[in-house]
Write a new protein. Structure first.
Length: 813
């Protein structure tokens, strides 16, 4: 059991619940249910602590729930200064080994139980209420050192074993001793209830890379990966790249004796009017790179010294330099890293690239930094606010940046802004990057679906085309990619986006504010028409817009179109004057249903049925037949679809009061309640829907739509939009899933990427399955009508599908 220790005068912090996008609510609730079923979360009725959550979209479309603990419990925790082991200590434990194994724990922190007294501190607040973690979540400041201490206690007494956080290293002087050590470790882990990740484990390797050093049977040596970014840096191809490299050399000049003589060819090249790279330049360039990667410049990692991680990005590269800062203010690098950005990522926002450089550096030097306090340097000022230890993870930035902000919350760092000129050690490496397989720009995923309609809805491709045509958005996209200028060169229209400039991102040539598509001016009118297609009120229009689209002044535009709609104004009803006493709310769908008849409407009568729990509504066209027999037939269909309710509420209409209908309900064990005569409001659920249905259908038909089209359009919108009572859509409350709407088409579709991937897989088969028989071809088939089966001759008579054929065997097919 892990116990969190609070500072002596720590006071509980309870923050307000954060709004979760309507489109993500079902995913958040599904993840809460999953975590509760696994025993990782438990319901909390009350708590003095409340940490808001950040729902982060994963690659499979599900959501990971992350607590923003840096604003609540982290500042109040006493951090155990239990030291992480030095490389010398790890080597001492593994010395004499012939082969080496590394075990990696799966979801390490979430395997650690938290004691009852500490669970209250780990309370998260969601739109579904309060929940407490029973396991140690990521993002808790004391997690790394507490975990290291627990692991050392778990494996204490086993020789030839070292632990570094969730990594376990073991060896033996012989393979037999090595195997026995592994068995002891596995038994101990099993006793402690810990599991390893099979795909991340390595067994009986000749060498291991640990903290920038290679351990093998011959001893300890420096890992080449520490200097790959330096030694592998390509030669400059223009004056700008050369100037950047010379800035790097100047940064470490105190460790480079006689550098002026060695760099003379490079300085002459930089001063020349025309860039000309000579063999002398090449020799000087390679020589100085070796000097920078030598022991004279590089420092050995020392946990007693201050750590600094400097990061930078250019158009085509990311870079990070891990250094020690000494008491006299000097810095010596421990390791260099750089990464060539794929060409398809060149157009990413500058914010994405600079943030990506930080994440790249943290992943590259994870084992050096986790559990240690360090300084993080960046020359992109907005990141000091987004990633600052005291900064709330913004809900309006792209989901990728939210994931990264949560990833950073697990580190103990002070972020510092430095001018570009003072970040020259990283600047050069970002402009002269090497290939690296460390992942950074994971794709944004959006589930895109649509409904059939006579009028075609806009798609992400339309948004991308119009974004490029829109002069204002083209200007904004340029600033998102390259950075917002500090001068007055920004046009007045583009300045409207400046306040949200650092929350904007670009995905597949579309601008996004968080998860909402920034809509070009030319497409705003059709978007507004779609929002008001079923003549819903402005509140529901805004609610839908918050999950899909945004532009400056969108709320005012929604209010204007709702208030200017002549049909809505003409059909607007008087407000209710008398408060009503509501029916009790059932705890399950289809427990109590309310029914009424409506009409005639366009010459038709409608049977209305409303579920009291979910507000799911049915409107059945009865034509002119409202007799009890026809009513019973329609109720049978509903019962076949949704099951038997316990209670049906109706008025005193002759259909409902007939012995035939009453006997029908009684035979199924369904209670029937009649409302008071001449008081239709007592059947409020059905009566309210009747009024809404009649109002909206009348408006839609005035636009020239048929009765059937109007009914289907209204029911789809009504079932898919949030209800003012439940704060969820009737579809979710009834079916536990949202309906896929036309607005989902506005976001770039992951289906396109999947299709491309599938086509690539087909192309990668390299000649496999190229056989394509034609009609009349002779083939051999297995005859399964006999015991065996028996292989017989046959002929292809017809091609049914790409790989499916009809064949003839003798006189049969």
């Amino acid at each position: 059991m892990l116990r969190l220790t609070l500072k002596e005068n720590a006071k509980p912090v309870a923050l307000k619940v954060r709004h979760v996008a309507f489109a993500l609510r079902d995913k958040v609730e599904a993840e809460l249910t999953r975590l509760i079923s696994l025993g990782h979360l438990e319901k909390a009725e009350v708590s003095e602590w409340a940490t808001p959550i950040v729902p982060i979209l994963k690659s499979d479309g599900s959501v990971r729930i992350c607590g923003d603990f840096k604003l609540t419990v982290n500042p109040c925790l006493v951090i155990d200064r239990h030291p992480l082991p030095l490389i010398d200590e790890i080597f001492a434990n593994l010395q004499g080994g012939k082969t080496f194994s590394q075990l990696d724990l799966a979801h390490a922190y979430m395997q650690v139980n938290v004691d009852e007294a500490s669970r209250d501190c780990l309370t998260i607040i969601t739109h579904k209420g309060l929940f407490r973690y029973t396991k140690l979540p990521e993002g808790v400041a004391s997690g790394p050192t507490d975990f290291q201490k627990k692991m050392e206690m778990c494996l204490a007494g086993i020789p030839k074993v070292s632990v570094y956080l969730d990594n376990i290293f073991c060896t033996g002087t012989t393979d037999k001793e090595h195997r026995e050590t592994l068995e002891k470790v596995c038994r101990k882990l099993q006793d402690c209830g810990l599991r390893v990740s099979k795909k991340k484990c390595e067994f009986f390797k000749k060498e291991l890379d640990i903290l920038g050093f290679i351990i093998d049977k011959d001893g300890l040596r420096k890992a080449p990966s520490k200097v790959t970014a330096m030694l592998g840096a390509p030669r400059p191809i223009d004056g700008k790249q050369l100037a950047s490299f010379l800035g790097l050399v100047t940064y470490y000049s105190r460790f480079l004796p006689q550098r002026a003589d060695k760099l003379k060819p490079l300085y002459e090249c930089a001063r020349a009017d025309k860039f000309l790279w000579t063999p002398e330049c090449d020799r000087a360039f390679e020589h100085i790179k070796k000097e920078l990667a030598s022991e004279r410049v590089l420092a050995h990692y020392d946990p007693k010294q201050n750590l600094v991680l400097a990061c930078d990005a250019s158009t085509y590269g990311l870079a990070a330099v891990l250094s020690h800062e000494y008491p006299d203010g000097t810095e010596r690098p421990i390791a260099f890293a750089s990464k060539l950005i794929p060409k398809q990522e060149f157009s990413r926002a500058i914010l994405d690239k600079e943030a990506g450089a930080i994440v790249f550096g943290l992943r590259k030097f994870y084992n050096y930094l986790i559990g240690r306090k360090f300084t993080l340097k960046t020359d992109h000022k907005p990141l000091t606010f987004i990633f600052g230890p005291r900064a709330e993870i913004p809900a309006t930035i792209a989901s990728r940046l939210q994931r990264w902000a949560y990833f950073l919350s697990g580190f103990n760092f002070q972020i510092s802004y430095v001018k570009s000129a003072e970040n020259s050690n990283c600047d050069a490496l970002s402009r002269l990057p090497v290939a690296d397989d460390t992942p950074v720009f994971d794709p944004e995923f959006n589930a895109i679906n649509f409904i059939e309609s006579g009028s075609e809805m806009l798609k992400a491709s339309d948004i991308a085309i119009e974004t490029d045509r829109d002069a204002v958005l083209r200007e904004v996209a340029k600033y998102v990619r390259e950075g917002w200028p500090s001068t007055n060169t920004i046009t007045p229209e583009a300045r409207k986006f400046e306040a949200k400039g650092h929350e904007l991102s670009i995905e597949k040539k579309c601008l996004f504010w968080g998860n909402r598509v920034v809509t070009p001016t030319a497409l705003r009118a059709p978007i507004l028409r779609e929002l008001h297609a079923s003549h819903v009120g402005m509140s529901k229009m805004k609610m839908t817009a918050r999950s899909y689209v945004w532009w400056p002044g969108i709320n005012s535009d929604i209010e204007n179109i709702a208030n200017a709609c002549r049909i809505c104004l003409a059909e607007r009803k008087q407000p209710a004057k008398v408060p009503l006493t509501p029916w009790p709310w059932p705890d399950k769908p289809w427990t109590r249903i309310h029914s009424d008849f409506l009409g005639p409407l366009a010459g038709h009568m409608f049977l209305i049925v409303v579920d009291a729990h979910s507000k799911w509504s049915e409107a059945i066209d009865m034509g002119s037949n409202t007799q009890a027999g026809k009513t019973i037939i329609e109720f049978r269909k509903l019962f076949a679809r949704f099951g038997l309710p316990r209670h049906v509420v109706t008025d005193n209409g002759r259909q409902y009061a007939s012995n035939e209908f009453r006997d029908f309900l009684a035979r199924h064990g369904i209670k029937q309640t009649f409302t008071s005569p001449y008081h239709p409001a007592t059947n409020g659920a059905a009566e309210n829907f009747v009024g809404t249905f009649k109002d909206k259908i009348t408006k839609i038909m005035k636009e020239g739509k048929s009765l059937e089209h109007a009914v289907n359009l209204f029911l789809f919108d009504y079932r898919s939009k949030e209800h003012c009572t439940t704060k969820r859509s009737p579809a979710w409350m009834m079916l536990k899933r949202e309906l896929h709407t036309r607005f989902d088409l506005l976001k770039p579709c992951v289906a396109d990427d999947v299709e491309k991937s599938m086509q690539a897989q087909i192309a990668a088969t390299d000649g496999k399955r190229r056989v394509s028989p034609a009609e009349g071809d002779a083939v051999m088939v297995d005859d399964h009508t006999v015991r065996g089966p028996k292989r017989v001759e046959a002929k292809i008579t017809k091609k049914l599908l790409p790989v499916t054929y009809e064949i003839g065997v003798g006189s049969t097919k």
